[in-house]
Each structure stands twice: as C-alpha cells, then as structure tokens.
Write a protein that binds this ligand. Structure first.
Ligand SMILES: Nc1ncnc2c1ncn2[C@@H]1O[C@H](COP(=O)(O)OP(=O)(O)OP(=O)(O)O)[C@@H](O)[C@H]1O
Ligand SMILES: [Mn+2]
Length: 969
C-alpha cells in the first residue's frame, strides 16, 4: 500500500476514500495508483533510511485512535473539548514553532517534547517529521527561503485547522494533504518550498518523459493533447501565475543551452542520442531535455527543436514554441531534473523513457513518466555510485573542455550567469572540476533549487510590486482627476500638502479601507485625519467618493479634473444663474410664497383663539409652501416659549427608534424633546450604522437653524434647554416613563424609557448630577385627526437600505433618477426639487437617516416636505458623505434659489459657518455645534457647488436627462 493510502486509512478513510483520493491524485499528478503506490513505497523506503524518526512517528500514528484521525494533537494534555479548541488555535503556531525549531537545527522530533506536539497523521506534522533530515540537509537558510517555507507551513496549518473544525469536509482536506505529503516524501524539503513547483512537476514529467508511443506522430499528437488537457485541468493556474517570469527564465536558459549545445556539437560532432551525455546537457533544464528528447523521438528533427542544434536562430522559434507548449512554471524547478541528468543518468533517463513508451501507449503514459521523473529527481539521495562516477567524470571532462573552449564559451558563460541568477551557482559549478563540489552535489542541488526559487520569488515580488505600482499609477491617473476634484471640493487640500504619493495612499485608503468598512464604518470618525488636515482630507475623501462613487463609473471621467484656484468663486455657476442655458439643471422653481400659499388656518377653517399660544398661532400660519415666513416673528416667540415656559407634564413619545419626550407647557404648548446623550465633540461611533447611530439633540437644534438660513423654512423651530431631571422630568413624568427611572451608581438620576434602540439601563439618560440638556422642537399641528394628525408619510426615493449588507436601488442603478422622475409626485411640480433641497440640506448636516418625509395632507402634492428628524446629523465633521447628495448628482438638478444661497455662503460676505454660528449663538445651549462641524458646513458648501459644476458639464444644453450617475461604489 502506498504511503498515501496508508495515511488515508489512518485518517479514518475507507476504501471509497482511497479511491476518491487516488482519483484526485490522478487528476492532479497523472500517475496511476499502482504506479504511485510503487513509487511511494520506494520513496518510503528511502525516507526511512534518511529519517528513522519519521518512521517512528508513523509507527506510533498507527496506534492512535480517533484523536489522530481527527488530526488532533496526540498529546494526552488535550482531553476535553476546551483543550481541543485550544489545540485548534494553537496548532498553526505549533507547527510553525516546530518548523522553526527544525529550521534552527533544534531537534523537536521527539514526541512529547511539546504539549502541542502535532499529530503525526496531520500532513503538516508529517512534513515536520519527514522533512527533518532532508530539510536540514538541503535547506539553504536564507530569509527568503525561510519565509517561503513558513508560509507553506501556514497554509498547511490553515487546512489542518479547517480539518479539525470540519470533519466532514476533512476527508477531502486529508486527501489533499496526503497528496502533499506524498509529494513531500518524494522530494523532501523541496515540497516545502511551495506548491507551485509541485504543480509544475507533472507537466515536467509528462513532457520530459515524453509519453510517446513508438508511433512518433501519434505520440506528438497525443502529447500535445495531454499537455493541453493537463494545462486545462489543474496546472493552468500555477502556470498562469508564473508565466511571465518563467518565460523569461526559460528563454535565458534556452539560449544558453543552445550555445552550449553548439559547443558540444563542435566537440563531439555527434547527433546521436548520446548527445544527452554531453556535459553541456548538465546545463539543460528538465524541460529542455525533455523537449530535446521529444524531438529526437519524433525522428529526423522534423519538429523544430532546440537540440536540432542548428543554431540559435533556429532555436529561438522553438524556444518560443516551448513557451507556448510548456507550462512556464516549470522554470520554478529549473535544476531538479538536470541534476539527475548531469552525468550518466542522462542517458539512462532517455532509455527509461523509451521503456515507458514501449509499455505505455495510453494516456497513462503521462502518469508513469511523471512518476518516474519524480523518482529520478533526487538522484543524489538514491546513492547511485555509478551515476555519481559518471557524473564526476563528465563534470571533469566538461570542465576541461570548457576551458579549452573558453573563448567560444564566453558568451555562453555570460549567459550562464543568467542561469546562475535563476538557478543558483550551477553554471560555475559545472565548470569547476573540484571534486569536493561534486561530492556535495546533493547539497548543490538543493542550494541551486533554493537560490533559484529565492530569485524567482524575488523576481515575482518585483513583478508584483511593479504591477501594483502600475496599477496604482493607472488608478491614480484615473483618480487623479477625482483627487483634483477633491482638492477643489476640499478647498484646503493644497494647504495640507496632499497629492502625489499621499494622494495615492489616500486613494488606496479610500478604495480599500473605506470600502471594506462600507457597511459599518462609513460613519467612522476620523479624528486623526482631522487633527492632521483640519478635516480637509476627509472632505476630499468624500469628494472622491462623489466622483468615483456618486458620479459613477460612466461619468466620473467627465468630472472636473482641474485643480481649483484657491478662491474659486464659481463664476461659471453665477453666469448659468443668469442665463437659461442650463435651466434643465438649475431650475427656477423657487416657491412663490406670495401666490397660492394658503395657511393651515385657511385650509382647515380654523381661527386662532384670543388666548392662543405662540405655538398655536405659529401652527395656524403654516402655509402650503413653508412652515413660516421669512420675516415671521413668531418663530422666535415659539422658541422663547419652549425655553422659558415651565414644564407641566412629560410623556414619552411613542414610535421612533430612540427616546423622545413630549414636553407639555401651559396653554397646550408642546415640544418634542430629544435628550442629550453625548458631549458636542462626540462623533459617530465607528461601528455604528447611520440607523443605529445615537441621535444628537444639538443636531436637531443646528438643523433648524441651517434650514432657516438656507431659506427652506421646512423645519420646525428647535431650541435647546437644560432641565433639572428631578424637578422637570421625574416629578412630571407619566407613569410609564417613571418606571424606567433609577439612580445610577454615581447617584445620578437616570431614565431610559421604552423604544426600539437604546432604551435600556445601559443606554440610560442621566442627569449631571441632575441637569439634562435637550432639544425642544415646536410641536407640529395636530388639528386634524388620524395617526399623523393630517400629515402624509412618504418613503424617500433615495432612502438607504437600512440593512447591514444590502444596497438600495439608487446605489446601484445609474439611471435611478430617470425612474424617479416618472413616478408621481416627482414627475410633476415641486417635489423632486424639494428632494434636491433636502439632499443639499442633509449633505450639509451629514444626515444619512432620511428614510421618510412628511407633508401636510391638506395641501396635496404641491407642498413642501417637512424637514423632520435630524438627530443623526452632525456626527462626522471630518467626513463628507457624498452619497447623501445622490439625488442631486444622479438627477443633476438643483433649485436656482438654493444654488444662489450656496453661492452666497461660498462667496460671502459671510460664510455659512459664520451665519450658523451667529444664529446658533442665540440658543441657550450655545455653542450648539462643535467648531469642526461649522467648518464642515463651508467645506461641504464647496463640494456641492463643485458637484453642480460637474453635473453641468456632463449635461450640456440639449441633453436633458442628466441622470446617469452611478453610486454603486
Ligand atoms: N416637532 C414635532 N412635533 C410633532 N411630532 C413630531 C415632531 N417631529 C417629529 N415628530 C413625529 O415624531 C416622529 C418621530 O420623530 P423622529 O423621526 O424625530 O424620531 P426618531 O426616533 O428619529 O424616529 P425614527 O427613528 O423613526 O427616525 C416623526 O415621524 C414625526 O411624525
Ligand atoms: Mn430618526
């Protein structure tokens, strides 16, 4: 039974498993099971002689029960599940530690030397055991190698860990591991060098072995077929991974080989098959030899081949051909076969191939040859003295002949240098007649392997770096525009010195880090970024998001790439305001409050009573087009009432996600209170979604002021006020709310109310010690009956998914706006423009929580949407969430009046931040906003203006439908 089979049985496998496993191996490695078994047995014998310890372990494995079947550590210290779990966690480390010890020459082979001694049946463990001797013999201890080896070990560990956790699936894993083990046994430490080399082997063998029948032509066809099938089956990935490097290396070696062969031909003047015995053949790579043999086997050199040896000119095409035909990753194994072929064995290999040919005329030939080549890849350890002698002799003769032909070989030698680079110091060694070198040939083989693999890795790494850099370069070029866009949007980007490498890094962060966190951390605070760049960086970040994300792939290229002038006054936009040229983008749709603008009192035929409160009068004055007039003095009166009037009763507001209180004042005045939870500078928690974010009372206050400053007047007046939690809430609270009051450990009075989020003890609202700040929003009118007291609830077309993983349609549909435009009430009237305003408003506050909006039912569709619920705004002052602007970007639409306001804020005389600051200073809880939030307002104003400019460019006159933006990224 083959080693692999034995292992499979030990791992709890059945005959079915064996067949399955063998089938897998056949798929991967071509040799037939019988062939494999024979070879494995032979190798096992060899390995036994090399590593008696391994056998010891194997022997003990056989007696191990279920634990070892599961791949569990065999140590008795793991007796319960916890230990098992511990074992799982520690196995990878154990293996690595063990391997490192091996690497360091420490003997960790004794069972029980570590409580985490891996079970021998685990291939990883087997590696440790089996490779012990060969590893130390052959490993060249360079960091690169070590690293490479270690990573392989980690992969194995990973698989093993999976094994432990998924025993059902474990069978397949076992088979894979055993397959690895098999190869490991075959090649000792070579296998620990990476599976790509292993994967290349079957092809090497297949090609080298030839696998031809006596019918050369048939053979050729078949081999091509087999090659193709092998390529297409399991080796293509490996080949494709290493193709560029491999091709280059192969070319090098081909040229070198050809020159050397020319020299050889000059010397020996023979075209006999014995040409393989030439010392030059020692330079031939496995595939080259295989190819040569193949050509010879095809007779008359009718297939162009390098050993046709007519010269480099002819050889070059064949080299090219081989590049097409052969898996390039064979280069990863540059010298294993040549080592074998360096002396007498070269002829022997040829003979053997012929034997194989005669015995195998079916596709199984490939398997057989692959195995035989596997077998012969370690000739040194085979201890074939005769071979060694022949090898030495030829080495010497080659050395002398080489010296004779020094001048001729100069070029070849220089090319040998290339080979040295790729396959170690072999070139030099070939010319060296020092017998010591010959004696150390096994070592040399390993060293050469190691060095070539190392060089290959380095080259691959370099290629990767170059590739990544090029990729970045391209990406950066592509995104550079957006960065400039960002710069303009960010305003301060120049000052921060961003750009160049920093820009690239920025894009990298944007592309990868933000994306990876997109589900949860889009609201992540970026305090660090803020401290470094005053928030500008994040602003640009979001701006890039606007270009790359909101603007979408189809349109991002057209977004402005110009570096903005320091004080861009958006003269172009100002011009557009004056002309009708871009009326399809900048829409003159300012609500005309002087016409057709009935009040609620008129609509509902109600009159304010003589002793009506400010609030009631305010409510009755609400018009179809706005909540209050621009010069309405009642707003301040209402605010004052909410701030000054004594509180009479406190009730928790039903519905919603977070705690809200209805504060009742005398004269039937009501306010909706949202309590303070955090200090002003508390930013949105990084792992909070927009819909799980805490609400901020100060955001409600600030939003009202902003809405008023923007001239929308669609938000109810909100004021801040500090309450005594004991006297103004607890003592006035309704019974249900009272039940939730408690005294905290620090003796503060707390309550949590009842709601769907954050209404529990751990999210309680506490006085400090008993003072509590809150926002007080003037209560909406409830003149009408019904659930919403005469308000109609609308789903926002650009609402978010409110799901951790799902995206909303607008995020993926570039033409989403076109869809919306066709649906009432957005197909007609003001509503769509109102949504644009709302997007501008929400973008300025950073509020992503606009899932619904409400209108006064009595006004029908031609009325404004109420700006309610802004508790989740002003959470990330250093981040500009451009997706909030999606409606504007996708529809390429903005009200002229809104644009005028934005330009006013941007160009002065007073920036928005100042207007806000002044307005907010009137509030009792001033300063309402943390300064970075005020600065963010100015920054975001610029971003909106830039976005409008960009969308204007995308939508020249005549191209009415500008809805092509895609927010998928
Ligand atoms: N000033 C107000 N006066 C009266 N009712 C209001 C006022 N503001 C909001 N409401 C009503 O209270 C409901 C909840 O308010 P709000 O949306 O601010 O709370 P919320 O906890 O954020 O709710 P949600 O989590 O559903 O967004 C609103 O849908 C609205 O109908
Ligand atoms: Mn809300």
């Amino acid at each position: 039974m083959s080693l692999a089979s034995r292992t499979s049985v030990k791992s709890g496998g059945s005959e079915v498993d064996l067949r399955h496993r063998n089938a897998s191996i056949r798929n991967l490695f071509a040799p037939s099971p019988a062939e494999m078994a024979k070879k494995k047995e032979a190798r096992r014998q060899r390995s036994r002689s090399q590593s008696s310890f391994s056998l010891q372990r194997i022997g003990q494995d056989d007696g191990i029960g279920n634990r070892s079947q599961m791949g569990l550590p065999s140590s008795n210290s793991f007796d319960d599940y916890d230990d098992y779990a511990l074992g799982i966690n520690q196995l990878p480390m154990t293996a690595n530690q063990s391997a490192v010890r091996q690497y360091n020459g420490q003997d960790n082979n004794e069972l029980g030397s570590s409580p985490y001694a891996p079970a021998p049946v685990i291939p990883r463990t087997s590696h440790n055991g089996w490779h012990q001797s060969t590893f130390e013999l052959a490993m060249s201890r360079t960091p690169v190698e070590h690293k490479n080896w270690k990573s392989t070990s980690q992969l194995e560990n990973f698989i093993n860990s999976n094994d432990l956790l998924q025993q059902d699936y474990g069978q397949d894993q076992d088979q894979e591991q055993q397959h690895e083990k098999d190869t490991c046994v075959d090649f000792g430490n070579e296998m620990t060098w990476g599976k790509s080399a292993e994967k290349s082997l079957p092809l090497n063998h297949h090609l080298q072995g030839g696998g031809f029948s006596r019918d050369d032509q048939w053979d050729l066809d078949m081999q091509l077929e087999q090659r193709e099938s092998l390529h297409s089956q399991s080796y293509r990935p490996a080949a494709s991974q290493s193709t560029p490097l491999a091709e280059r290396l192969q070319r090098f070696r081909y040229r070198q080989q050809l020159q050397l062969q020319q020299q050889q031909q000059q010397q020996q003047l023979s075209t006999d098959i014995d040409a393989y015995d030439t010392p030059f053949a020692g330079h031939l790579s496995a595939e080259q030899i295989g190819e040569t043999n193949w050509q010879r086997a095809n007779g008359n050199w009718n297939f162009e081949g390098p050993v046709g040896g007519t010269g480099p000119v002819e050889a070059e095409p064949s080299a090219e051909q081989e590049q097409e035909e052969l898996p390039p990753d064979r280069v990863l194994y540059p010298d294993s076969e040549p080592e074998e072929e360096e002396a007498g064995p070269r002829r022997r290999v040829v003979i053997r191939r012929r034997i194989v040919r005669t015995t195998r005329t079916t596709p199984e030939v490939a398997k057989g040859t692959a195995t035989s080549t596997n077998d012969s890849s370690n000739p040194g350890r085979n201890g074939n003295g005769e071979r060694n002698l022949g090898w030495l002799t030829r080495l010497r003769s080659f050395g002398s002949s080489n010296r004779k032909n020094q001048a001729t070989a100069a070029l070849a030698t220089s090319q040998v240098g290339n080979q040295i680079a790729s396959s170690g110091a072999k070139g030099n060694n070939c010319c060296n007649t020092n017998p010591i070198m010959a004696v150390l040939r096994t070592m040399k083989l390993k060293e050469r392997l190691v060095i070539s693999l190392g060089v290959t890795l380095v080259l691959l790494t370099l290629l990767l770096i170059v590739d990544v850099q090029m990729d970045f370069g391209v990406a950066n070029r592509h995104l550079l525009q957006q960065q400039h866009h960002k710069i303009r949007l960010g305003n301060d980007y120049d000052a921060t010195g961003g750009g160049g490498g920093g820009g690239m890094l920025h894009e990298f962060k944007r592309k990868f880090l933000q994306k990876s966190n997109s589900s949860g951390s889009k609201e992540a605070s970026t305090q660090a970024a803020a401290s470094q760049s005053g928030g500008a960086t994040s602003g640009q970040d979001a701006a890039a998001g606007a270009s790359g994300g909101a603007a979408g792939p189809g349109t991002s290229g057209s977004i402005s790439t110009r570096k903005p002038t320091p004080h861009d006054r958006y003269v172009d936009l100002q011009k557009h305001l004056l002309s009708d040229e871009y009326s399809h983008v900048i829409v003159d749709n300012a609500p005309d409050v002087a016409r057709d603008n009935p009040t609620l009192a008129e609509m509902l035929h109600r009159k304010a009573s003589a002793n009506a409160s400010n609030l009631e009068r305010f409510q009755l004055r609400i018009t179809k087009k706005e909540l209050y007039g621009e010069q309405d003095t009642l707003v301040d009166a209402v605010l004052r009432d909410m701030i000054k009037l004594p509180i009479q009763h406190v009730v928790q507001k039903e519905g919603g996600t977070q705690l809200k209180l209805i504060i009742e004042y005398p004269n039937d005045i009501k306010a909706l209170m949202k309590p303070m939870r955090f200090p002003r500078d508390q930013q949105t928690l990084p792992n909070h979604f927009y819909f799980t974010d805490y609400e901020r009372h100060n955001a409600e206050i600030a939003a009202f002021h902003l809405d008023r400053i923007l001239g929308f007047r669609r938000a109810m007046p909100v004021a801040g006020r500090t309450l005594n939690i004991t006297t103004e809430i607890y003592q006035l609270a309704e019974e249900n709310l009272l039940k939730t009051f408690f005294v905290s450990p620090s003796l503060n009075l707390c309550f949590h109310g009842k709601c769907s989020y954050y209404c529990d003890t751990s999210h309680a609202i506490c006085g400090n010690p008993d003072m509590l700040e809150g926002s007080f929003a003037a209560f909406l009118p409830n003149f009408e009956s019904g659930n919403r007291k005469g308000r109609k609830l609308w789903r926002h077309p650009w609402r978010r998914s409110y799901h951790k993983r799902k995206k909303a349609q607008w995020e993926t549909d570039a033409n989403y706006c076109a869809l919306v435009r066709d649906i009432p009430p957005y197909d007609d009237g003001r509503r769509l423009y109102d949504l644009m305003d709302m997007a501008v408003f929400d973008f300025l506050t950073g509020n992503m929580d606009r899932h619904h909006y409400e209108t006064f039912k009595v006004y029908g569709n031609e009325t404004f949407p109420l700006h309610l619920d802004h508790g989740r705004g002003f959470g990330r002052p250093f981040h500009d969430e451009l997706s909030i602007l999606a409606p504007v970007l996708q529809c390429c639409l903005v009200r002229k009046s809104t644009l005028v306001k934005l330009l006013e804020f941007h160009n002065g005389p007073k920036p928005l931040s100042q207007l806000m600051s002044e307005s907010l200073s009137q509030d009792p809880v001033s300063p309402v906003l943390w300064q970075p939030h005020l600065e963010a307002l100015d920054r975001r104003t610029g971003i909106i203006l830039q976005s409008i400019r960009d969308c204007i460019k995308r939508n020249p006159p005549g191209d009415v439908d500008g809805s092509e933006a895609d927010l998928s990224s």
